[in-house]
Ligand binder design. Structure first.
Ligand code: GLV
Ligand code: MN
Ligand code: MN
Length: 400
């Protein structure tokens, strides 16, 4: 097979006919089909598959569960996302194993291909849910009562998928068995396209966080309520979104985004009573993210109050700055022929794992530079180069 063939196998799964692209969310019907695909693809390679207590998928080459080189990514997407963010890393890991097996090569330490649960946080709001649970950064108490957009709790979704709820939580034994983690990912920018190179390794991930802003106003009739004295949270959230941009643009390389808004009750002829808006902030250090948040919230607070509304701020997640393991990254860059190391503004399970085990990333060129949108893409030859490069890296890391 090839990366192209493997991507073709999953390309019909979870297409979003309304938004375009893919909507594959934790344990939804599409993601369940992908889980089945992962299992059968891995078993066809002779790997033994298991689902860990946190819904992460593992496919093992080798008997031992100690000293493993783990590689993979995630199968879920953002709403209306691209085909590659997540799946490319999983597909490439499977293909790399296939390449090595076809050569008759055998690892001297176990190789695990993995797919982490809910990396995007699109269903239950916590990015890197599966890896954070595994390392113990979040607890079952933080997790089970989370609700999706339809009011389904994670606990209910878990049970409906036939998963065991009592196993959710820190998994120190599994973590102790992993010596290094490697995530191949489509690049989410134009750096490689601009350099004319197919592959790079990751140097760093920007610090980032997500907050839910709830703006409380007064619901009323759109026709009978005078314009003066309204307490309209939709007007307030509009000025809040402008505030997010104003503050971010004052800060070099900072990012501030409101990408999701929920209006209650969401009727054309109704002045809303409440708006929830999700704020995503990224910067080059944890303290810069915090400072940007404080400045943003202070400005939003003023604007919301000027509209007669009240503001509540709830932190959903915080991900500190990640600097990937330098020796591992340099070794991988060398195996790949001296590729450059580039930073990214996007979050990854490799970022979570990097606080616990040496971790690294390989990026594959993306000619549009677009991600989290249907236009995300990569050239076929770059994807195949990525899988062959990953095979070379696994041969180096798991063969010595
Ligand atoms: C995940 O891809 C993120 O960066 O939000
Ligand atoms: Mn993503
Ligand atoms: Mn991803």
């Amino acid at each position: 097979m090839s990366v192209r063939d493997r991507l073709a196998e999953i390309s019909p799964i979870g297409r979003d006919n309304v938004r375009g692209g893919y909507s594959r969310h934790l344990l939804d019907p599409a993601e369940m089909v992908l889980r089945g695909w992962f299992e059968s693809s891995a078993e066809a390679l002779g790997l033994s598959v298991e689902v860990d207590g946190n819904g992460n998928l593992w496919a093992w080459w080798g008997e031992s569960r100690r000293g493993a080189v783990a590689t993979g990514s995630h199968l879920d997407s953002v709403p209306g996302g691209g085909a590659l963010d997540g799946p490319l890393g999983v597909v490439s890991a499977l293909e790399a194993v296939a390449i090595l097996k076809a050569e008759g090569w055998r690892p001297t330490r176990p190789i695990a291909v993995c797919a982490f649960a809910e990396e995007e946080g699109s269903r239950f709001g916590m990015p890197c849910l599966g890896s954070r649970l595994m390392v113990g950064e979040i607890t079952p108490e933080d997790t089970l009562a989370r609700v999706d957009r339809d009011g389904v709790t994670l606990e209910e979704a878990w049970r409906q998928a036939g998963l065991e709820v009592s196993t959710i939580g820190p998994d120190p034994d599994r973590l102790a068995g992993i010596d290094m983690f490697l995530e191949l990912h489509v690049e989410q920018g134009l750096d490689l396209e601009n350099r004319g190179l197919p592959l790079a390794v990751g140097s760093a991930i920007m610090a980032h966080g997500r907050w839910r802003l709830s703006i409380l106003g007064e619901g009323n009739h759109a026709g009978t309520t005078p314009m003066q004295g309204r307490r309209d949270p939709v007007v307030a959230v509009s000025s809040a979104a402008l505030a997010v941009r104003e503050i971010a643009m004052e800060r070099p390389a900072a990012r501030g985004t409101v990408g999701r808004i929920s209006v209650t009750p969401n009727g054309t002829n109704v002045i809303a009573s409440r708006v929830d808006a999700w704020l995503d902030i990224r910067a080059h250090s944890d303290s810069e993210v915090r400072a940007q948040l404080d400045a943003t919230v202070a400005l939003i607070q003023k604007r919301v109050a000027a509209e007669g509304c009240a503001l509540q701020v709830h932190e959903e997640s915080f991900s500190p700055l990640v600097l990937f393991d330098e020796p591992l990254t340099a070794r991988i860059a060398g195996v790949l022929g001296g590729v450059p190391a580039i930073p990214t503004g996007a979050g990854h399970d490799a970022g979570v794992l990097s606080a616990y085990v040496p971790s690294a990333m390989i990026f594959v060129r993306n000619p549009t530079g677009i991600s989290h949108a249907p236009e995300e893409t990569a050239r076929e030859e770059d994807c195949e180069a990525g899988a062959h490069g990953l095979a070379d890296v696994l041969r180096d890391l798991a063969g010595g």
